[in-house]
Design a binder for this molecule. Structure first.
Ligand SMILES: Nc1ncnc2c1ncn2[C@@H]1O[C@H](COP(=O)(O)OP(=O)(O)OP(=O)(O)O)[C@@H](O)[C@H]1O
Length: 715
């Protein structure tokens, strides 16, 4: 088929005519394709009352059409007469299994390099009673938080912070870093004499990168401060009414938890925060807070704090401390203690004690990251065209055929999350079917930076409390969130750094629990495995066929072949391919069933491509849009072809990416930003104060429409 013939030359991308190849193709909507010849000799196609023009003829690319696939295709091709006969008494349209499985790039053998697994022991046998803590605080830990023994990071960090020192703390995700700073902070504040009053204002400022993390940290402080009612915690975050926050600030907040953007907004506009009493500054997820786009915010915050008082204890924490952090430590910390919980179990070397006194920052150890011991990490190599069905099959495997599975799927853009949640929930749950298909209940939820705050909060609570379900999200959920009992993390789009990989995957296997991660890569992206290995992360391979074979258990996607009677491996493979094609056809039928869903799919595809241009230059050899086949990528959004004009948008975007910064760059549309600025823009879109969100959503309501570019820069 023509759609499968061209590869990788984005400037030549044009719509293809795959879906015109059947003379009459019956869809579930009951509409039919018809073909007419136009005056210029081109074919004009109509589906229902929609018109399409055919693409130019294309040359086959011999390199990517394997012999095996041709054999498979010829076996599957049916003569028109036979086709009609088989169609009788069968409720399925003719299925072209060849299309989805043909002309894909070959899947290379991927060997994850051997790495020395750095491991951290989560728990110690030491109890909180051993520390010189207020008895009410110990009782709260035992009775309210139900914890008794310290984790390794808590054992190392709490005494250092109680001695009044600054600290830089690195320990794996889900190891209890929040209490590692929360306990000494509360211990110190409850001891202040005379007792703290609300009117004293903030004595502690805790900066976290996202609103959900701010809420979560606030709730932990509420619990820790239960016995010490005179100390008031409070949270500031984007998406809430600024006026209400201002009133709360005026009343007095002693432990102030905030996202950076929102705090800067209040520093600049509210003028209600007196920082003179601040004793503590905590930067949780410190490396994220220092990421592109946040440096300025942090400088404003540090300047405001320094202007009010200089005597302060500062704590920086993250599972991934990077080079950038040493800059921050030099400007904001006083002779900090570096705490790193790691012991290289392969050699039996325990660095637990030495790390406490180490004079050198952890970044000098070459950014080798630790992931939880009980985390099973996999990757699957999937050609673009098959990505959607593969994700769907994976979700079905977990949520239909296994019990108590809670899955988080990371996706690169808000628009793609929005689109995929509708598509997956409609098609997988059988809501789109006009046939009498059995309906399936899967609790699909979504979380991204373009949602209204109220809904974000609801989703966060709902997914936290639910035992099963699928959360589709952007990186807004990658850091710090402690969502209980998550069993699988799927990275449908690879993250822009190894550090983000660690944080995403760290939403499972927390505090000693079991968990699993699955990273989707296309054949051209497999070198990413080496990048992860250079950070001590090693992945096992899961075969795509194993994931797709789940479809064999789901009769809703049964094709017309009688494969189940034939036991041979070849017959099983054909059955699996046919079912995958049925599922893909269901997706495409749904997408092409209305102009709105085609539009949503195009928007999602466009945002995916934009996000693809935002990989940092060090990863460009792996993730470059030159390696994307837009026709195949379109299929992964349920589109039959790459939309017209997409390639020119990208070409413009890349061309501009190469151009030098000029003048008032903050006024330039996203497509015209440099690559570095696009990364910053994407990050900011997920982590901003929410002020822009408020005003833009108002504007949006007025206009009732918005461009993708606008949405990329919203918070
Ligand atoms: N000493 C302890 N015993 C048992 N559970 C604990 C202990 N300390 C913390 N926890 C629990 O462990 C979970 C993870 O803690 P926390 O969110 O602080 O991890 P983290 O190290 O900050 O992770 P991340 O790097 O992902 O932000 C929480 O549910 C917390 O209540």
């Amino acid at each position: 088929m023509a759609e499968d013939l061209l590869m990788l030359n984005i400037s030549n991308q044009e719509p293809t005519d795959s879906h015109f190849s059947e003379r009459k193709h019956k869809y579930s909507s009951g509409q039919k394709w018809t073909a007419k010849k136009t005056a210029n000799g081109k074919r004009k196609y109509s589906f229902g009352n929609q018109d399409y023009s055919s693409a130019k003829q294309r040359k086959p690319n011999a390199n990517i059409n394997t012999k095996h696939e041709d054999q498979v295709a010829s076996k599957l091709k049916t003569s028109p007469k036979k086709e009609q006969e088989e169609q009788k008494g069968h409720d399925r349209p003719f299925i072209k299994t060849s299309s989805l499985f043909r002309n894909n790039p070959e899947i290379p053998d991927v060997l994850s390099p051997a790495v020395i697994q750095v491991k951290e022991k989560v728990f110690t046998s030491n109890s909180f009673q051993e520390l010189d803590l207020h008895p009410h605080l110990v009782a709260t830990l035992n009775k309210v938080l139900n914890i008794s023994s310290m984790t390794s990071v808590q054992k190392q960090t709490i005494p250092v912070l109680m001695s009044g020192k600054d600290a830089v703390v690195r320990s794996q995700t889900g190891s209890g870093k929040t209490l590692a700073y929360g306990i000494p902070l509360v211990q110190s504040l409850q001891a202040v004499q005379p007792k703290i009053k609300r009117s004293d204002g903030p004595l502690a400022v805790v900066i976290v990168p996202t609103r959900e993390l701010a809420q979560q940290s606030f709730q932990i402080f509420q619990k820790l401060l239960k016995p010490f009612t005179w100390i008031v915690p409070g949270v500031l975050m984007g998406g809430e009414k600024r006026k209400a926050e201002k009133a709360r600030l005026r009343k007095g907040i002693n432990v102030l938890i905030s996202t950076p953007g929102r705090l800067v907004d209040h520093i600049k506009n509210t003028l209600s925060i007196a920082f003179s009493a601040v004793h503590w500054l905590v930067l949780d997820e410190a490396d994220r807070t220092l990421d592109l786009g946040f440096e300025k915010d942090l400088t404003v915050i540090l300047n405001a704090l320094n202007a009010a008082s200089s005597a302060r204890q500062t704590v920086l924490l993250s599972a991934t401390l990077t080079e950038g952090l040493s800059r921050l430590t030099s400007i904001s910390m006083n002779d900090p203690v570096y705490i790193q919980v790691s012991d290289v179990t392969d050699h039996g070397v325990n660095t637990l004690e030495t790390s406490l006194t180490s004079p050198s920052p952890p970044s000098q150890q070459g950014d080798s990251y630790t992931v939880p011991d009980k985390l099973q990490q996999y990757m699957v190599v999937v050609p673009s065209k098959l990505r959607l069905v593969c994700l769907a099959a994976f979700i079905l495997a977990r949520c239909k055929f296994e019990r108590d599975q809670k899955v988080i799927v990371f996706i690169s853009s808000c628009e793609a999350v929005e689109f995929l949640i509708t598509l997956l929930s409609t098609v997988l749950c059988g809501k789109s079917s006009t046939e009498n298909k059995q309906q399936l209940s899967i609790n699909f939820l979504r979380l991204h930076g373009n949602m209204e705050q109220e809904e974000r909060t609801e989703v966060f609570q709902e997914f936290s409390q639910s035992k099963t379900g699928v959360l589709l999200c952007t990186d807004v959920a990658a850091r710090g969130l402690d969502l209980p009992q998550v069993t699988w993390i799927v990275q449908f789009n690879p993250p822009t750094s190894a550090a983000e990989y660690v944080h995403r995957v760290g939403r499972t296997a927390r505090i000693g629990a079991q968990g699993n991660g699955l990273l989707f890569l296309t054949p051209s992206e497999t070198a990413y495995v080496d990048v992860l290995a250079s950070h001590n992360i090693s992945l096992g391979e899961m075969k795509m066929e194993v994931i797709l074979s789940t479809l064999m258990q789901d009769e809703r996607f049964k094709g017309r072949g009688n494969w189940d009677k034939k036991k041979s491996a070849g017959a099983r493979e054909q059955d699996m391919r046919e079912r995958a094609t049925v599922l893909q056809t269901d997706f495409e039928n749904y997408v092409h069933g209305s102009a709105e869903s085609v539009q949503a799919a195009k928007k999602a595809l466009q945002s995916f491509v934009r996000a693809y241009t935002a990989y940092p230059s060090a990863l460009k050899h792996i993730f470059h849009i030159r390696h994307l086949h837009l026709g195949h990528a379109a299929k992964s959004f349920g589109l039959r072809d790459a939309p017209q004009g997409l390639s020119s948008t990208i070409t413009d975007s890349t061309a501009n990416g190469k151009s030098k910064k000029k003048g008032k760059d903050n006024k330039r549309p996203t497509a015209k930003l440099t690559a570095r600025e696009r990364v910053a823009s994407l990050i900011r879109s997920e982590y901003t104060s929410g002020i822009q969100q408020e005003s833009k959503s108002k504007k949006k309501r007025k206009k009732k429409k918005g461009s993708t570019e606008d949405e990329l820069t919203e918070g």
